[in-house]
Design a protein around this ligand. Structure first.
Ligand SMILES: [Zn+2]
Length: 240
């Protein structure tokens, strides 16, 4: 029998039922699972903010970039008729469909202005090459009262965000520290971390696009949201 690092009863905001949260090791961020739906803490954290702040989300127009086919993304796909999921396939023309996903580069999207009420990303912003361009595009594609809801690892010992790597236009990747890769739903080699975000991220966001930002941070055992990197960012688009 494998050792269990943590187990606790609680309520899962994704499968909406009493459940057991259980982790095989202490890296709760990726291993503290709901034993019913296998969701992980950041998915449950984003689901809580979504339910609290946008209780009518099933009736909204929502764009999610680079989802995993699970957790809150799977629920959005099943329950929200206006949900559009995109992945970035550099070998393919933008706007076309592959495996049910529309091909979109978050930095240069083909969606019309004001297409969405909500844009969502889970652990995507730390892998993009130009977060400023992404933010401006998210802002452009949101309606006047729309919002961008996202998670990204935020280092509690860092004030200033740091670039970790850069994709140069000649195809060369410039590394500023030891390369770090995270799981990638469409590439088994993983996704390179390009940014390590610190506590200045909301100010950076404002310098990139006209968003007012709230940061939610959790220590919530009832909903299985404990451990490192529990931040959820809610960026409210300003009227103009
Ligand atoms: Zn669950």
């Amino acid at each position: 029998m494998s050792a269990v690092a943590y187990t606790s009863k609680g309520f899962c905001p994704i499968c909406c039922a009493d459940t057991i949260f259980s982790a095989e090791n202490h890296w709760y961020r990726d291993f503290l699972l709901c034993t019913r739906c296998r969701s992980i803490p950041r998915e449950r954290a984003l689901a809580l903010v979504l339910n609290e702040r946008f209780p009518d989300w099933r009736a909204l127009k929502i764009h999610e970039s680079s989802p995993e086919p699970r957790g809150i993304s799977g629920k959005l796909a099943r329950e929200c008729g206006g949900y559009v999921a995109t992945q970035f396939y550099p070998d393919m023309a933008p706007g076309l469909l592959r495996n049910g996903y529309r091909n979109e580069n978050l930095e240069k999207q083909t969606f019309a202005d004001a297409s969405f009420d909500l844009v969502i990303t889970l652990d995507v912003m730390e892998h993009v090459n130009e977060p400023a361009a992404c933010m401006r595009e998210v802002w452009r594609t949101l309606r006047r009262t729309g919002a961008y809801l996202f998670t990204a690892p935020t280092y509690k010992d860092m004030i200033a965000s740091e670039r970790a790597a850069r994709f140069n236009s000649d195809g060369v990747i410039e590394h500023f520290r030891e390369p770090e890769y995270h799981g990638n739903p469409i590439n088994p080699r993983g996704a390179l971390v390009t940014f390590r975000y610190g506590y200045d991220l909301p100010e950076l966001i404002r310098s990139w696009a006209n968003f007012d930002t709230r940061v939610y941070r959790f220590h919530d055992e009832r909903h299985g949201i404990i451990g490192e990197f529990t931040e959820v960012y809610l960026c409210q688009r300003s009227e103009d």
